[in-house]
Write a protein that binds this ligand. Structure first.
Ligand SMILES: Cc1cc2nc3c(=O)[nH]c(=O)nc-3n(C[C@H](O)[C@H](O)[C@H](O)COP(=O)(O)OP(=O)(O)OC[C@H]3O[C@@H](n4cnc5c(N)ncnc54)[C@H](O)[C@@H]3O)c2cc1C
Length: 496
């Protein structure tokens, strides 16, 4: 094996695998390693949002992921006697994909690994556990334990996508902000024999006797999660007889069979530093959220989308090192918003004290009665990205750009992987930027959506980054000049 790479990605979970796929597509020579010989088999993500699917689309696996997925258009938080405390309804999304999609995480990871096998620029090595790394003048030397002994590999950059107990995080000495959530839950995944006997929406039962989650998964599966009560142990609640007792009120005997189960402690943590010179943290290594908003893996995939184009641009010489500092400034605040939402949900659900639960119910039922009925939205709304990777003061900077579809044809597939300028004005070609005029033949089927988008921002052009976030909207030349400056930003935005 060649031992010199552009990037070493430690950890081939969803974050590392998507990162490697996007880097490989951009021609970045990437080594992806995982200490485990197999994909993690126990219950984890059951939901991905539209933006995550859009990143999968860029990585060439959206159709495969979506063929085994089901949309979920309703998510209810209910009292023990089934009154609605909180309801989320979704219909459509800016990405064109359904806002909420139910999945089976190992199948999704397998699809990404199949894609990686097609990419010449990526080498995947499983059974490779990172031992340590050393920072050199021109990059890093990483040492791995493998079945055939120790291996040393050099690269310009190293990304720790090695999960919640990240070795990279402890090696670089990153500290975590603990947002104080620590609740034990049993997670049960089942194979479905008779879907007609199961709920067809996602549910949180805010019952102080036993807070419970019941959600759809990818086709053919259904999930329950049960909060452990004080004094209960993981061994006790995992026994088949105990599980059968927990499922009894759902009357699903004969409709489902148990596939797998696990007990987790749900946490809310976020790293203070995400970059240490040539070393980055991504995914669960950088942040962990309780799963109530179904966003942990989505956040890791967003990290991958954000970091991949910046690394590719710096490695190709199209951008200076300073661009890499915008990874943390953009992603950290975004993830914090996601964790806050999950904490709000988790603190609503995980109440065991009957009096406190009664007070919560009274307050939330009164609030809901006073509010207009919920209307379908386009998924969770997160604050736009901020910082020097975006054009300061420009309309819509930091928002996710729309992806119109013309029948089965999706705009991102037409426009390709890089940055785009979509414009009404005539502009000179700009290196590294795909320029689309609204009158261009390939744009015409999408032009009405772009016209509406530009008109509502009083803009004549929009510059969209490779991660599909709006760099800015306004006059074409100002956007191009701002883009050149952002790519050439000096290093040192974030201390490391
Ligand atoms: C019960 C539950 C439900 C969830 N539901 C959702 C949901 O609905 N939606 C959602 O988006 N998220 C959900 N999540 C979160 C989601 O599963 C995680 O956020 C996601 O798996 C994190 O991906 P990752 O690639 O960052 O880390 P991981 O998936 O943990 O992958 C890290 C990889 O690094 C490898 N590794 C570790 N150490 C080393 C080393 N030293 N050398 C080499 N390799 C190493 C590991 O073997 C592993 O393969 C849920 C989680 C749980 C527990």
């Amino acid at each position: 094996m060649d031992t010199r790479f552009d990037v070493i990605v430690v950890g081939a979970g969803p974050t590392g695998a998507v990162l490697a796929a996007l880097l490989g597509q951009a021609g970045v020579r990437t080594l992806l390693t995982d200490k485990s010989p197999t994909i993690y088999p126990l219950p984890r993500a059951a939901h991905i949002d539209h933006e995550t699917v859009r990143v999968f689309q860029k990585a060439g696996v959206a159709d495969q992921v979506m063929s085994a997925s089901r949309p979920a258009e309703q998510y209810d938080f209910l009292t023990a006697d089934r009154q609605v405390l909180l309801r989320f309804l979704t219909k459509g999304s800016p990405s064109g994909w359904p806002a909420a999609n139910m999945i089976h995480q190992p199948s999704v990871e397998a699809a990404v690994r199949e894609r990686i096998a097609e990419l010449e620029a990526v080498e995947l090595r499983v059974g490779w556990a990172l031992l340590d790394y050393q920072v050199e003048a021109d990059g890093v030397i990483a040492r791995f334990q493998t079945d055939s002994g120790e291996q040393r590999v050099t690269a310009r950059y190293l990304v720790g996508a090695d999960g919640a107990s990240s070795r990279v995080r402890s090696l670089c000495g990153a500290t975590m902000d603990d947002l104080k959530f620590d609740e034990p839950w049993l997670v049960i995944d089942t194979l479905v024999q008779d879907a007609s006997r199961l709920p067809d929406i996602n549910l949180q039962i805010c019952d102080p006797v036993r807070p419970t989650t019941c959600v759809l998964m990818g086709s053919g599966r259904h999930r329950w999660e049960f909060m452990l009560k004080p004094g209960e142990t993981a061994e006790q609640v995992s026994e088949d007889a105990f599980v059968a007792e927990l499922l009894r009120p759902w009357d699903v005997e004969g409709a489902v069979t148990l596939e797998r189960k696990a007990v987790y402690r749900f946490h809310a943590l976020i790293a203070h530093e995400w970059r240490f010179g040539p070393v980055f943290l991504a995914g669960d290594a950088a942040h962990q959220t309780p799963p109530f908003a179904g966003q942990g893996m989505c956040a890791g995939v967003r990290d991958a989308a954000n970091l991949s184009w910046k690394l590719a641009a710096v490695i190709s010489g199209a951008a200076s090192e300073g661009l890499l500092d915008t990874y943390q400034t953009e992603r950290q605040a975004h993830v914090k918003g996601i964790i806050d939402l999950a904490l709000m949900m988790g603190r609503t659900v995980c109440i065991l004290d009957p009096q406190a639960a009664a007070q919560r119910n009274a307050a939330m039922l009164a609030q809901r009665a006073a509010a207009p009925p919920e209307a379908p939205g386009q998924g969770f709304a997160f604050a736009p990205l901020t910082g020097p990777g975006l054009l300061a003061g420009a309309a819509s900077a930091g928002e996710l750009f729309i992806q119109p579809w013309a029948g089965p044809v999706r705009w991102d597939d037409v426009a390709g992987d890089g940055a785009w300028l979509i414009t009404r004005e005539a502009v000179e070609p700009e290196p590294g930027l795909s320029v689309f005029k609204l009158s261009d033949p390939e744009v015409q089927s999408f032009a009405d959506d772009f016209e509406r988008w530009l008109n509502s921002r009083s803009a004549s052009a929009v510059l969209v980054r490779p991660d599909r976030y709006v760099f800015g909207a306004g006059r074409a030349m100002a956007l191009i000049e701002g883009w050149r400056a952002a790519l050439r930003a000096p290093a040192g935005v974030v201390a490391h």
